[in-house]
Design a protein around this ligand. Sequence first.
Ligand code: C2E
Ligand code: CA
Ligand code: CA
Length: 729
Amino acid sequence: MLTEEIGALGKTLERFGASFHFAPVGMAVISAEPSSLGRFLQVNTAFGRITGCSTEQLLATTFQVITQPDDPAAGSRCLEKAVRGEPWAFQTEKRCVHADGRVAWMLLNTWAVPDAGGPPLCFFSEVHEVTAQMVVQARLDHQSLHDTLTSLPNRALFVDRVTQALERERPGRLDTAVLFLDLDRLRDINDGLGYTAGSQLLVSSARRLSEVLRPNDAVARVGGDEFAILCQNVGSESAAVALAKRALDAIQEPVDLGGEAVSVTASVGVAFASSGSTDALTLLSDSELALRRAKERGAGGHAVFSAEMRSHTMQRIENERALQRALEEGQFRLHYQPMVALDTDKVTAVEALLRWEHPERGMVQPLEFIPLAEETGLITPIGAWVLEEAARQTLSWSSSFPVRPLRVSVNVSGCQFQAALVDTVRNVLARSQIDPGSLCLELTESTVMQDVGEAVATLTALKALGVAIAIDDFGTGYSSLAYLRHFPLDELKIDRSFVDGLGRDPEDTAIVAAVTAMAHALELSVVAEGVETAEQLNRVRVLGCEVAQGYHLARPQHAEAMGQLLAAEEEGAFNASPGVGGRMGSRRSTKDTVVIADDSPDVLLLAEVSLAAAGFEVHTASRGAAAISLVRAVRPSCVVLDVTMPDLSGVEVCRQLRADPSTTGCTIVMLTANELVADKVEAFSAGADDYMLKPFSPRDLVSRVRAAVRRKSRGPLMAAPSHIDIGTG
Ligand code: C2E
Ligand code: CA
Ligand code: CA
């Protein structure tokens, strides 16, 4: 019986031993004796596989020894806790160095095997290898805290590091600074050279920044084109600023982007932690405010944060709220300024000008709040209100003055000028029932030139509604009548800066004359803005403008006053007082001769009219070869050459003129639509004196040619032949 029992027990133990040894998961029995705590008492084959050790090796060592050097303390603590009877089971992840040298990760479930009443009999561990999972996890952890493109820490990790640095701040010491840096032209690079080039630029900037750091500093990529640097133990403000400048210099070094050496600048804001009172996010946002200030001062600079910058931002936020409130609470008003037709001296239109009746500040002028409204996007609802109110007023006037059609012009900001504007205008027209022709939208050139294709579509849709379109402030932007021809326009408003010089500055006279002539050629009517004197009124009349607007005629006024003015005019009391007919601005007595060659008829027309009006004798050619003959015949003081013409390039014409002794004396100005440095170099090495970009304004052209002629007149003068007979084809 006993033998049978012993036999059965032997069988059980054998089965149990075999199951232990051949189990697919690692298993270990570990000593719980205080004198040999952690020693392996039994291990199975799978455990040996995980650790790479033989059973003998494992039985000769302890749990603490085989785990990584930085792990055993924690391991022993777990065991000690278990001995004290604290948790009877625990789960840990531990590393061990596998016999082949690699690090293996183990997931251990360990529990104390209880003994009746006393300390545990032993520990039992069940062990799984989790190296692959841990590697993936580590990669994920890294990814969540690093930027994949540059491998730099990301914003989250940076904030964490700044937090740690701030915890180490020593009272009264200048320890921690954050530098916020932003590339000035990443978008241009992306647009011009492609995203790959943009990415290359970011990677190289990241590398360069890492190279300028001091040992304890850290750099992170915190936004698309933004990097932040954490400086520790700064010591002094100047040390941080010096680092900021080094960073800017490093970025500015030319970088090879797809075979092209490109140099970009960056701007940087610097903020210091004021011991104890700052948290990481505040410090980061302070440095960002300083960056914004640096950018306001121009690209490529630095600024140090000051409390005033924060109050500036708070003020802006407050202003934005106030503007929003103004809209909700109806604090906006429209004033109206008459526009007077110069043939009848009658008010035929008014311009609606926005005012803000501020509860404390009184009447606020548009230039004080429109820029903020534009930046914040509030201009769209404000602009819609302006349209609505102007249309309402127009309807009211049309019933008070039924016999005179009065048009209202409304200013439209660049940011309002989108496809949605068409719907807004359509709704306003539908609701107010005004004649669409009595509404005119004023847009600046820069607004329509932002995206020419889109602008043509939007303007065409607006025109289809029956409203009129005017170009405002003409002469201050691109001033390209050649481009404007593509837009369906009705009116051109010459900026008041030109009207201002009438009678004083011959150049302004020339420009107003030229622009008026060309606008008429495009069948646009011309409004002279800012007419402040009788003399100016007289001159714009003589120069052919159809309409005048300005303080001399009437100031902007509220609707009621405007109504009275219209009523008075009906009774004949208001009159734009036709001035005495005057002669056009003083012409030069001896004319300088200019030859201009360009294959674009628009450019030739613009140049011819504006230069002639400025007192030059102008000859034009549309081909390079014709230009050369023309120059030989008329011996001009100045030659203006388009770089690309169908037969000879401007550069080639320039070269031939310089090679011919009879034509070397003139100054040569090159005209081109592109900004490539190589082209400039080529033009100058062919003998050009100046270089001008298209599109240009009449004012630019006149002043360039003036300068060129002055330069020339210092050299030997050539006699111009008295008779000219050359075709320009
Ligand atoms: P703007 O469109 O060029 O409007 C003409 C500005 O010139 C008005 O200034 C007008 O008061 C002023 N002005 C008129 N005649 C004379 C003159 O003889 N001499 C001088 N020195 N100035 C004269 P205001 O009303 O201050 O408007 C300034 C600018 O604000 C406008 O320039 C326009 O760009 C913008 N603005 C005004 N109302 C609106 C609006 O409802 N929406 C948008 N988006 N912008 C508006
Ligand atoms: Ca305007
Ligand atoms: Ca204007």
